[in-house]
Design a protein around this ligand. Structure first.
Ligand code: AMP
Length: 301
């Protein structure tokens, strides 16, 4: 495994694998973008990338552009040595961990004088977009930089950050990036909590409360399955009420949103149709957590 600390080094190496015949028949470069503090969720993306690509690149970069002024940039976990060990064990070829991705000065980037990728407003209004102004602009800008630098044929992203996945797919389509975006399932702890680098902020008591998120999602899924068995097509309102009742049993969770949306447009739906995404965000103490589940309607009896 090679640890790459600068853009210049990455560029040089990337050019060397562009030489004809330097990659074998599968020939593709795969990118797994992360902010580090790697867990099994990240590992699942890396493993998939290893299976499908000739060269696996993991980027580790805590992107300042995607944090709001009152968010957890300064305390975000940074565990580069452990992350590199994990990557080595997983057979990663390159870890790209730059200090900075600002081509100009840091002040220029922070003061908003840097070029940014602007997401379409209708994909920004739902879910996290309205609660985290500037967040997705920051994500897309850095992902665009990484795609340009690494030039991967495939990029692996988690469905856990569903709105991010939808926005990156859209950016790749609209700006003609030559990269296939591969969405990968959410990995959970056995009790249901979706893995996240931020889970390490949670005390054991916080964690119990945080389980309300995944419990609410599965209660909604069960309610949908039962309704389908009775040949009913429940309204979004009914499904949201089921999830809402479970969340209410976890009073320390401060819910930001609970929404049932179309998985492509992210607009709210009134009925599930074939499938709809149930997504939730909440604060547990200082820690912001998100989760989602694709609700699938089953054939009526
Ligand atoms: P992050 O380091 O949190 O920015 O995440 C890097 C990538 O890992 C993103 O594509 C996330 O969606 C993905 N990811 C984070 N948590 C999980 C999880 N529990 N299961 C699968 N993918 C995840």
């Amino acid at each position: 495994m090679r640890l790459i600390g600068s853009v210049a080094e990455l560029r040089e190496l990337r050019r060397s694998v562009q030489l004809p015949g330097s990659l074998n028949a599968r020939g593709s470069v795969g990118l797994v973008p992360t902010m580090g503090a790697l867990h099994q969720g990240h590992e699942s993306l890396i493993q998939r990338c290893r299976q499908e690509c000739e060269l696996t690149v993991v980027s580790i970069f805590v992107n300042p552009l995607q944090f709001g002024p009152h968010e957890d940039l300064s305390r975000y976990p940074r565990t580069l040595d452990q992350d590199c060990q994990r990557c080595e064990q997983l057979g990663v070829d390159w870890v790209f961990a730059p200090e900075s991705l600002d081509p100009g000065s840091a002040q220029e980037a922070q003061s908003g004088r840097m070029m940014r990728v602007m997401p379409p407003p209708e994909l920004l209004r739902p879910l996290c977009g309205s609660f985290r102004p500037g967040h997705f602009e920051g994500v897309l800008t850095v992902v665009a930089q990484l795609l340009h630098l690494v030039q991967p044929q495939r990029a692996y992203l988690g469905q856990k950050d569903f709105q991010q996945l939808v926005l990156i797919r859209r950016m790749v389509r609209d700006l003609w990036f030559d990269t296939a975006v591969v969405g990968c399932p959410t990995i959970r702890d056995p009790d249901g909590l979706a893995l996240s680098s931020r889970n390490r902020y949670l005390s054991p008591e916080d964690r119990q409360q945080a389980l309300g998120l995944s419990r609410a999602l599965s209660a909604a899924q069960d309610a949908l399955a039962e309704a389908n068995l009775r040949a009913e097509d429940p309204s979004a309102e009914a499904i949201l009420a089921v999830a809402g009742r479970v969340l209410a049993q976890h009073p320390d969770l401060r819910i930001q949103y609970l929404e049932l949306v179309d998985p492509e447009t992210l607009q709210p739906v009134e009925r599930i149709g074939h499938r709809a995404l149930l997504a939730v965000a909440a604060h547990m103490g200082q820690t912001r957590l998100i989760d989602n589940l694709m609700l699938e309607a089953h054939a009526r009896h």
